[in-house]
Design a protein around this ligand. Structure first.
Ligand SMILES: Cc1cc2nc3c(=O)[nH]c(=O)nc-3n(C[C@H](O)[C@H](O)[C@H](O)COP(=O)(O)O)c2cc1C
Length: 210
């Protein structure tokens, strides 16, 4: 049965100038949903391993293969992930799947830059092939990235990373003869508002019109 849709909605129009920073954040992040989570792993100058989740994360382009992250400041200071990306020019983005939901959340804690966050979250670590950056050894899908471009947005920096290699669990099935990874087998986690996350719901397949 087709649901009934209203013909018109009397929208509440909110001017973004008239609301504060918190409200802007809450409206934006609860409407752009679900957001994939880029779980960014880096190495500090002193060798300390760092990992933190970022849901201002998006696919930008396939060729070149680019992803973006928006990393905010904390009390006016760049977050450790951003400082490490600046210093090393490389990072890995681990795709967050159901098995890592709790560990991902743990790694969002604000920890001192000299604390190993892989140890903190009890995560197995390995070093990427093409970049000198750590990744979560049992993560089914990882992007190995080089800093491609940075855009200063004021209190936020947008990092565009070029994916130079993709690590994939060979047991992950693909769709038919294609390279599309089967989403249901991947079990990705999406972020909704605040502490709310979602797993995949019903998957619908629609043929594109000619
Ligand atoms: C699911 C999730 C998504 C997040 N997304 C972002 C984000 O897109 N940008 C950001 O600056 N912080 C984000 N955070 C907060 C950072 O993970 C947090 O500030 C973290 O401590 C940064 O770690 P670092 O200092 O080691 O880089 C997010 C937190 C969670 C739990």
């Amino acid at each position: 049965m087709t649901p009934e849709f209203p013909e018109d909605i009397q929208h509440r129009v909110i001017s973004t100038d008239a609301i504060d920073e918190i409200e802007r954040y809450q409206i934006l992040t609860s409407l752009v949903v679900p957001r994939p989570i880029g779980w960014v792993s880096t190495r500090g100058q002193d060798g300390t391993l760092n990992i933190a989740p970022f849901s201002f994360f998006a696919a930008v382009s396939a060729s070149p293969m680019l992803v973006s992250l928006s990393i905010g400041t904390r009390r006016g200071v760049a977050k450790d992930s951003l400082q490490n990306i600046h210093q090393q020019g490389v990072f890995c983005v681990n795709v967050v799947t159901e098995m890592h939901l709790a560990a991902m959340n743990k790694t969002s804690a604000s920890l001192p830059p000299d604390q190993d966050e892989f140890v903190f979250a009890d995560l197995p670590v390995a070093t990427a092939n093409s970049v000198e950056a750590p990744y979560v050894a049992n993560c089914p899908a990882v992007f190995e990235c080089q800093l491609f471009k940075e855009v200063d947005l004021g209190r936020v920096n947008m990092i565009i990373g070029e994916v130079v290699a993709v690590r994939l669990d060979p047991s992950l099935p693909t769709i038919g003869d294609s390279s599309f990874v089967d989403s249901e087998a991947l079990r990705p986690v999406g972020r909704l508002w605040g502490p709310a996350y979602t797993l995949l719901g019903e998957v619908k397949i629609l043929k594109r019109p000619e």
